[in-house]
Design a protein around this ligand. Structure first.
Ligand code: ZN
Length: 442
C-alpha cells in the first residue's frame, strides 16, 4: 500500500505532465524536467544539435506550436491543440491546400481501434504527417473541397537536446544507473509512468540518507539520449555495476521484468528476490536487443547489465503507442505497485554485502552474546521469519544459516536465496550479528 501522500503526488504529476508535448528535444522536455526538479534536485544538460555521439549525430531541435487540418469553411477536423499525438513527431513545417487524395498518404489511423489516435514519429527522416481517429479519417475522406493542412513547427540546428541528471553520492564509488525516457508526448504508461516512478525512487533514496552505492539517475530522450550521455561521459561505464531502465510500469496488468543481458546478474537476482519476498509471480521476459534503452546500455563497448521492471510492458498491451494509453489506463496505485518492487530492489542492491565470521572455528557462543533464545527449544519452521526485532531473537534457524554462510565468499543475496528467508530479514539478522561483533562486512 503506497503512502497516501505519495499517491497524491503521483496524481498531481500525472495530471500536470500528461498534456505536455514532449519529443526527442524541445520545450516540452524542458518543462517536464522543470516540474520534476521541484521534487528532486535534477540538473539539466544541453547537448548542441550536430554533436557527434558514437555512430549518431544529435538531431535538430524540434519546436511545435500547433497543427491542424481544416475544411474550406474553417472547421478544424484534426487539431494538435486537442491532442498532441495528432501531429507526427518531428514533422517539418507545412502549409498547404490539399485534396483528400493528396493528403491521404500522410495520414495514420488504426482500423482496428476506431477511437484511438496512433503515435508516430519521423525523427531522422524529414517528413510530416497526421495521426487521426477512424472517425476523423472518414470525415476527411468525405470532403470534396481542398483541405487546409498546417503544421506550425520548426527544426532548429542551433538548438540542443536536453538531458536531466541526478547523482546521489553513496559511501562507495561504484555506481548503479537508473534511466528513464522523457521523449513521449501524451501517453501515460509509455512513458509517463516510468518518468514518475524514477523520480519517486530517487526521492526516497535521498530521503533515507546516504546510500551505499552511488546512484545515477538519467532522464533522457530514448535511444539518442543514452548514446549522447555515455558518449560524453565514457568514464561511467567502468564504475557502473548495473542498472535499471524504468518504463511502462503503471498499467492494470501483471508485474513483469525484462532480464539483463547476463540473465543472472546481481540486478536480476535482486529483482527475483523482491518478487519472491512479495509473493508475486511476475511475467519474465528474457533479454533481447530490441526494446527500450537497455539496448544502448547493454551494447558492445558499454555492456552495463540493465533490467526493467514493468507493469504492462511496451508492445504487450493493446493501448500501446495510442491515445488510449491515457489517464484511464494508468493510476497512481498501479505506479505505486511497481515502485514498491523497484524500492525493494534498490534496498537489496544497496545493502547487499559479503560477510565473514570473526570466530576462527566452530560455532560462536550465541548465549554469551544474548543471541540465543532464553527459553530454548524453538519449534519454528525454517524459512519462516518475522520482521519484528524481538521475534528475530528466536529465529535461530535463519541466524544459524547466516553464521554458517559467513565465510567471506557469500553475500546476503546468496544467503536469502539459499535459505528462502526474506532478504530484508537476512539483512536485519546480519546487522544484529555485526553489532554483536560476530561477523564483519567483507
Ligand atoms: Zn514508446
Amino acid at each position: 500500500m503506497t503512502d497516501p501522500r505519495e499517491l497524491t503526488l503521483i496524481r498531481e504529476l500525472l495530471d500536470e505532465l500528461f498534456p505536455i508535448a514532449r519529443s526527442l528535444s524541445g520545450a516540452g522536455n524542458r518543462a517536464t524536467l522543470d516540474r520534476l526538479a521541484s521534487v528532486i534536485p535534477l540538473k539539466t544538460h544541453e547537448i548542441p544539435c550536430g554533436t557527434e555521439v558514437f555512430d549518431w549525430i544529435v538531431p535538430e531541435e524540434w519546436r511545435i506550436r500547433g497543427g491542424w487540418i481544416a475544411t474550406a469553411n474553417g472547421e478544424r477536423i484534426v487539431d494538435f491543440d486537442e491532442n498532441n499525438l495528432h501531429v507526427v513527431g518531428y514533422s517539418i513545417p507545412v502549409n498547404h491546400r490539399l485534396l483528400f487524395s493528396e493528403l491521404e498518404p500522410k495520414l495514420h489511423w488504426l482500423p482496428e481501434m476506431p477511437h484511438a489516435i496512433p503515435y508516430r514519429t519521423t525523427y531522422y527522416n524529414k517528413d510530416w504527417g497526421f495521426c487521426v481517429t477512424q472517425e476523423q479519417y472518414q470525415k476527411l475522406r468525405g470532403s470534396t473541397e481542398p483541405l487546409e493542412v498546417v503544421i506550425d513547427s520548426e527544426l532548429d540546428a542551433s538548438g540542443s537536446l536536453t538531458i536531466g541528471e541526478l547523482l546521489i553520492p553513496g559511501r562507495k564509488d561504484d555506481e548503479i544507473l537508473v534511466s528513464t525516457y522523457i521523449c513521449h508526448p501524451s501517453m501515460a504508461n509509455d512513458n509517463l509512468s516510468g518518468v514518475i516512478a524514477t523520480t519517486l525512487l530517487a526521492k526516497s533514496i535521498i530521503d533515507s540518507g546516504q546510500p551505499s552505492h552511488t546512484w545515477r539517475f538519467l532522464f533522457v530522450p530514448e535511444t539518442i539520449g543514452p548514446i549522447a550521455y555515455v558518449s560524453n561521459n565514457p568514464d561511467i561505464v567502468d564504475r557502473t555495476l548495473g542498472g535499471l531502465v524504468i518504463t511502462c510500469c503503471g498499467g492494470p496488468g501483471k508485474l513483469g521484468y525484462k532480464k539483463t543481458f547476463k540473465g543472472n546478474h546481481l540486478v536480476d537476482r535482486a529483482i527475483e528476490l523482491a518478487f519472491r519476498d512479495f509473493k508475486i509471480d511476475p511475467e519474465r521476459y528474457p533479454f533481447c536487443p530490441t526494446g527500450s534503452d537497455e539496448r544502448q546500455y547493454s551494447s558492445p563497448g558499454i555492456r552495463i547489465p540493465v533490467a526493467t521492471i514493468c507493469k504492462d510492458k511496451y508492445h504487450e498491451y493493446a493501448q500501446y503507442h495510442t491515445s488510449e494509453d491515457n489517464l484511464d489506463f494508468v493510476t497512481p496505485e498501479q505506479i505505486g505497485e511497481a515502485l514498491k518492487v523497484y524500492r525493494e530492489v534498490q534496498m537489496i542492491l544497496d545493502s547487499n554485502t559479503k560477510i565473514a565470521s570473526t570466530v576462527k572455528g566452530g560455532e560462536p557462543r550465541l548465549g554469551a552474546r544474548g543471541l540465543y533464545p532464553s527459553t530454548g527449544g524453538s519449534n519454528k519452521q525454517p524459512g519462516v521469519t518475522n520482521r519484528s526485532r524481538d521475534a528475530l531473537e528466536y529465529d535461530l534457524d535463519a541466524m544459524m544459516w547466516v553464521l554458517f554462510l559467513a565465510d567471506g565468499d557469500h553475500d546476503l543475496v546468496d544467503i536469502a536465496e539459499t535459505t528462502g528467508v526474506a532478504y530484508s530479514d537476512i539483512a536485519i539478522i546480519s546487522n544484529r550479528l555485526e553489532e554483536s561483533g560476530l561477523i564483519v562486512r567483507v
